[in-house]
Structure formats: C-alpha cells, structure tokens
Design a protein around this ligand. Structure first.
Ligand SMILES: [Zn+2]
Length: 265
C-alpha cells in the first residue's frame, strides 16, 4: 500500500509518499499562505499533493489542526486557518484526486503513528502530547484513537491546572497547561515548567492510567533532562500507585506526514 500523507499546519504544509513499511519515500514542504484566506490556502494543499500522485497511490491521509470531524472529513473553523469554515476537505480531495481520503486531528494522528510504529509500538493505551508553541494531545485506547461523542476528545492542552493564576490561555480559560507550560511560557524557567507539566501529567495518569506517555513537539528535542524530571515528579501528582512504572518517552517521529499516512497503514 502506498499512501500520500499530508500535514496541514498554520505556516506550512508537509506532504510525502509513504509505503506500507512506513518508509518516507519522498517529501516536500510548501507555505500554507493561511493569511491569504481559504481560496489560496486550499490551492496550496492541492499543490502539495499533486506532484506525489501516481497510479500506485492507494489513498491519501490528511491531518490538520482541529476542530474537525474525522468521521465526516469536515474542518470547522481552526484559528490558524482563517476562512476554513465547515470545509468538507476529505470529500473535496476525493473528488479532485480520485483517491479515498481520511482526515484526522494532527495530534490524534501523531499519537496513532507513535502507537502503531513509533515510540509506543506494542502498547495499546497511549497518551501522546505535543509540546511546542502550544500543547496538543491525542488519546489512543486499545490501539484506536479515542474521539469522544463529538470527535472533540483529547484536548488535554486546555485542562486548567492554575485557574486562579494570572495567565489566560488563548482559548479564554485561565491557567490552561498550554498557556503556562508551552513555548508561549518560555520566559519562565524550565524548573517551573517541569513542575507544571508534572502536575498535569499526574492528572492524566489518574484519569487514564495509560501504558505509556509519549511526548513530541519542539520540547522533546531540546529538553532531554525534562524527561528525567517528569519520571521523578509525575508520581507525586497522582494517587495511582503504579505511576512510577509508566514510561514517559520522547516521540520517535517529528513529521506529521507519517501520522497522516498511519490513518491507512
Ligand atoms: Zn486553553
């Protein structure tokens, strides 16, 4: 099976061809041109896919920032894709390219790729977090993405851990972990950030008791000591007596292309 994986971000679109051994055969990146509106940025998506098409391509997987509905393939109105309001992206792409298309939230897709082929391979229940300029997450239960009733689950970056604090998250809620421990909080030292992430992940362990926690995004590459801190401190923030045995590991993949492709592989 040969898949085109497409990762639509607010600033760039990455697309590549992936085979069923999960090898990235070729890839490229082009600007999203999001600020120029829907008509321009959807053309950029088509331009990203077009040169990768060939007769041996079986399907296309696309991941994008939420909110979106993977069951209907509709993107609602993501803050970093202005003008993308109720866009039936999967249907539009199927009509344009004549291949079956699946659409998924980018962090859900990244979590699925880690569970199937990456750092969480062999684990059924995975909590995945991408910590970069924001904090996104995905929940994999029994090897499948947990979507929730409205396909809106897995937004753990917007759990507040400091609701009396001074920082208002861009979502409007005071003290979301995204607002106080992502790249936006870089003015704070890593010590404070590690404590906040530990409190947050302790809550995650209390509610999910996952087999493994995988952390991707910019932080996973620049802050190796962070993982030692999290392993030591997360157990202090949960009543789960087995928390110290829960592995907390860096993600294997740094490309959303494999996440998008994993929707089919
Ligand atoms: Zn928030």
């Amino acid at each position: 099976m040969n898949i085109i994986g497409v990762d639509i971000g607010g600033t760039k679109i990455a697309a590549g061809r992936v085979n069923d051994r999960v090898e990235l055969l070729e890839s490229h990146t082009i600007p999203t041109r999001a600020a120029e509106g829907f008509a321009i940025s959807i053309e950029q998506v088509w331009r990203a896919i077009d040169p990768l098409l060939s007769s041996d391509i079986d399907a296309i997987g696309i991941c994008a920032p939420g909110p979106l509905d993977p069951r209907t393939g509709v993107i609602f109105n993501p803050p970093n894709l202005p003008g993308w309001c109720d866009i039936a992206l999967a249907k539009l792409a199927e009509e344009k390219f004549g291949k079956p298309v699946r659409l998924e939230n980018d962090c859900n897709a990244a979590g699925l790729a880690e569970a199937k082929f990456g750092a969480a391979r062999g684990f059924a229940n995975v909590f995945y977090a991408a910590i970069g300029t924001g904090i996104g997450s995905g929940i994999i239960l029994d090897g499948k993405i947990y979507h929730g009733k409205n396909a809106a689950a897995g937004e753990a970056g917007h759990m507040t851990i400091d609701y009396c604090g001074p920082v208002i998250c861009k979502c409007g809620i005071p003290g979301c972990i995204e607002g106080i421990a992502s790249g936006r909080a870089l003015g704070d030292n890593l010590d404070q950030i590690a404590t906040r992430l530990s409190a947050w992940l302790g809550g995650v362990v209390s509610i999910l008791d996952p087999d493994i926690i995988v952390i991707g995004g910019g932080v996973s590459q620049i802050a190796a000591p962070l993982f030692d801190r999290l392993k030591a401190e997360v157990p202090k923030w949960t009543i789960n007596p087995f928390a110290a045995e829960t592995p907390i590991v860096p993600a294997r993949f740094d490309s959303g292309i494999l996440g998008a492709a994993s929707l089919w592989l």
